[in-house]
Design a protein around this ligand. Sequence first.
Ligand code: SF4
Length: 311
Amino acid sequence: MNLMTKEKPYNTLNAFYRNKFGKKVFKIALNGNFTCPNKDGKSGYGGCIYCSELGSGDFAGNKESSLKDQFNQVKELMHNKWDDGLYIAYFQANTNTYDTVARLRYLYETALSLDDKIIGLSIGTRCDALNTEIYDLLSELNKRTYLQIELGLQSIHDKTSVFINRGHSLACFDRAVKELRKRNIEVVVHIINGFHIETKQEMLETVEHLNTLGIQGIKIHLLHVMKNTKLGNMYLKEPFKMLTLKEYVDITVSQIEILNPNIIIHRLTGDSPTDLLIVPEWSRKKFVIMNEIDKTLRSKNSYQGINYIKK
Ligand code: SF4
């Protein structure tokens, strides 16, 4: 699918949704009060070193509120601006397939029934919180609604997996993608640029690997060091090298250039609550980052996939 436009030399999520549904589509983050196998001991303790108290769902709803209240709160804000928009219920915080199939079914069905403008589900999870029963449930949902599964990977490199305490292997991730794709389920993968132990070449290798898996979407995040996280404490004790804006743009542009032109780019940077951010200071200006990426691609007449090599 080529959704590149004059304004954006890469496939944006906005263009993808408009093309697919004919309208503006918003993802509304809901909090299903899940935990994570990397925190409770199933796969690890303590979680990923950058994980916030809210399970990297700092913009998700309040877990104490019902899904209906969470949804209505956000819908009200969106509705004022885009009254004919459609919605995707997005289970974002923690690991949103980490429960019994019965509870998962209840939560997903409840979310789908919250509003007749909800056209699908997006579920953020990890490869070690999926099994045959859950794949079957997802497959069933995929046949009657629009479904995206968002899988965290961050990096293909073992040294990074150990450094961030990810708690699962690349083989586990690859298997999960294979199982989901076998059932024709859309897969969106999260990666992070900016671990000081990785080179630019290594960050490009992560994208090269994803190109071989038949995924549909990618979220490229910038590493944020936040207060009240292990990474934050590590940084405050002994600061390590963070990417400059120029370096981030250079790496991300190169990743876009080698990315399979069929993949939709859901994100090109990241968000962190402003009061919790330690570094990088420049990450507060999200629009500057986006503009710099677009400007750099345009200045060299470049675009998504210009250097893509099919393997
Ligand atoms: S997988 Fe997500 S929720 Fe679990 S520890 Fe890592 S960042 Fe936090």
